[in-house]
Design a protein around this ligand. Structure first.
Ligand code: ADP
Length: 332
């Protein structure tokens, strides 16, 4: 990995700890984020929102340090919030307000003067595709339009960093694509940093250059997406005809790690002999190998493999949203 000078970092934390009473929500996070699009991933309760609240200076940290755009998260929260736009997951819109008023008010709330806020509200509503709907009350909006309005609120003050919590949640294909394109444009043309949390791998892959994965309050992966594949074991994928479970047993009896999805079997490459062992097993169990090749995992698969390595019981990425919450007492 290349060394980066601290000036290029937009977010930096050192041994950042956040405890809610006795519960450790963030366990000494050391993170250096450069500008760009970063996916923040992790199961429910992993600590993503706590991390966002810490870097927004909204909650007091227990120990450790953090800087956002060079400002201290402990003492300069106001300055930080004037440079970060936050699009929450929950419905933060007032259904009785028009989109224009809603967006303008969110600007005024962070100290913009009314004339400037109004001018910017028109601009950002056009940017998020709501130009024609700007005089409609948000209570009449579809989910896609509500998400776009929330994005406009987050962009009103032209922030340098945009934090989006589950921005594509509940969107149909068309609105989802528009949201992803808008976020990507914000990074590429607007030259802004986007932190996007989510659990739909395709969405993260479309917008982000790198991912940070948080699990039980710790960073377990921080990598550029194209480098992620190197973090998982190399596998050979075969497609077999006849007796695929016999084939699986035969491979396992030779000590190979196997993942099987019907007739598709993926075998971890242990040594140069792995291919000849696979061929021997095919003969032994009387199956035909119809196809054999190196398996190239997609982000979803890489993710599941990483979770598997961590011992987390996750069968598909939507499970990431339903793992246990510790619950208990609410602390600030
Ligand atoms: P995520 O955003 O990844 O779902 P959170 O940051 O919301 O995770 O939560 C991290 C952990 O801290 C969870 O175990 C959660 O139950 C706990 N937690 C979050 N907020 C509070 C709070 N205000 N009081 C007590 N525990 C909390």
């Amino acid at each position: 990995m290349t060394d980066i000078s601290n000036d290029e970092l937009v977010i930096e934390t050192t041994e950042l700890v956040k405890m809610y009473g006795p519960h450790v929500a963030l366990e000494g996070l050391n993170l250096k984020l450069e500008s760009g699009a970063i996916g923040i991933l992790g199961p429910n309760g992993a600590g993503k929102s706590t991390f966002f609240k810490c870097i927004l200076g909204l909650i007091t940290t227990t120990s450790g340090q953090g800087k956002v755009l060079g400002y201290d998260i402990k003492t300069q929260g106001d300055l930080i919030r004037s440079k970060i736009g936050y699009m929450p997951e929950y419905d933060s819109l007032d259904p009785g307000l028009t989109a224009l008023d809603q967006v303008r008010y969110s600007g005024e709330l962070i100290g913009m003067n009314p004339a400037h806020a109004t001018q910017r509200a028109h601009e950002v509503l056009e940017y998020v595709g709501l130009k024609d709907q700007r005089y409609r009350k948000t209570g009449t909006f579809s989910t896609g339009m509500k998400q776009a309005a929330k994005l406009a609120c987050a962009l009103i003050h032209d922030p340098e960093i945009l934090i989006c919590d589950e921005p594509t949640n509940g969107l149909d294909q068309r609105s989802r694509q528009f949201m992803l394109d808008t976020l990507r444009n914000t990074v590429e043309q607007g030259n802004r940093t986007v932190l996007m949390s989510g659990h739909v791998m395709d969405d993260i892959q479309e917008v982000c250059d790198s991912i940070v994965m948080i699990y039980k309050g710790k960073i377990v992966v921080h990598s550029r997406i194209e480098e992620l594949a190197r973090q998982v074991d190399e596998e050979i994928e075969i497609s077999v005809w006849g007796g695929s479970s016999n084939m699986q047993n035969s491979l396992e009896s030779r000590g190979l790690s196997v993942r099987r999805l019907g007739r598709i079997i993926r075998i971890k490459v242990e040594s140069e002999d792995t291919i000849s062992i696979i061929l021997e097993c095919a003969v032994e169990s009387g199956v035909q190998i119809r196809r054999m090749g190196e398996y190239e995992p997609d982000l979803e698969d890489i993710f599941l493999l990483i979770m598997d390595k961590l011992g987390a019981e996750v069968k598909k990425t939507s499970d990431l949203m339903t793992s246990e919450h510790t619950g208990g007492t609410n602390y600030e």
